[in-house]
Design a protein around this ligand. Sequence first.
Ligand SMILES: Cc1ncc(COP(=O)(O)O)c(C=O)c1O
Length: 397
Amino acid sequence: MTDFAKTKSLFHLPQGLVYLDGNSLGPLPRAAVDRVQSMMQDEWGELLITGWNNAGWMDQPSRVGDRIGRLIGAPAGTVVMGDTLSIKVYQALSSALDLNADRKVILSDTGNFPSDLYIAGGLIKSLDKDHELKLCPAEAVADNLDEDVAVLLLTEVDYKTGRLHDMKALTSKAHAMGILTIWDLAHSAGALPVDLVAADADFAVGCSYKYLNSGPGGPAFIYVAPRLADQVRPALSGWLGHDQPFAFDLDYRPGPGIERMRVGTPPIIQLSALEASLDIWDLADIHDVRAKSVELTNLFIELVEASCADLELASPRDSRQRGSQVSFRFQHGYAAMRALIERGVIGDFRAPDIMRFGFTPLYIDADDVRKAAEIIEQVMLERLWDKPEYFQRAAVT
Ligand SMILES: Cc1ncc(COP(=O)(O)O)c(C=O)c1O
């Protein structure tokens, strides 16, 4: 059984705050400070460029990828780190379209994260081969799978509502029709058990700065099923995805398997921070995390609904259909979230009216949930959100 008191003690959590936004940016693992400092002083400082060989920097994207692989049911050697998630979406989608070149439709849902859809739209324009991005409501995805679809591009857990797709069932139905699948795990990795092998997913991508706590701007990951990894053509054919980067050939030749999804120089400082977080993840069982998350989200819904009639649940009530976040709709959700943040409950807001709260058992417990619910009740019942300054939108919501 995971010792959640222990894992909580390993994060820096500012005094007096209840941090319910780890689904957006995870908090600082205490050990990351020393790990990054040591990377800078002992590795960068002392080893200088020899760190690429002598401190293992060059292999770090694969080493760390393997550690993330353990959280998402991906075997060693199938996940690599680098770049941002938007770029990994581009890589996965361009490779998948290439593998299914006779078909022209990319199917996604209207709840997908806009960056994934923008990337798809931009890629379609660059390819200029009559591809089409087709969107349907999340609940209609299965019915929209047909033999025109080349690629199914979905985010497993909806970033706004927390609604969870059935990855295994959709992948299986897609495969039966010759469709390749790309799963965006931004809100799944570290939030709930994912088993890419059991689901038979073709591609998966995700970020590390949410539930995996790598810090702002931490690198993304990409998974390609082993049966495809040696076939895919990397659209971003950078030198570190080359079979022999240091041969400096004038022609590109993709590296073996997942290595070809590397592009350029990896972010070593940020990968070091992520390693400190993964040391905490080594103490946790993702099934325990899921069980605790269900407990916390159920408690939160019960307490908030009992006291705040103005907040309408936007997440599925059935925990089996929900990721690790709870969202409520409220017309003045932005102002209400600002009022909460000022009172030490940090969640976030997604336009037009969603107040979003993330639950991360590694460092959030039932006492935090009760405390947050009490403050939410006070803010709502006393209309503490109704102040002009709370309506001024900041650049990041
Ligand atoms: C589901 C999903 N996909 C893609 C992205 C974009 O990630 P990045 O900014 O790392 O490219 C995000 C960012 O939050 C996201 O939540």
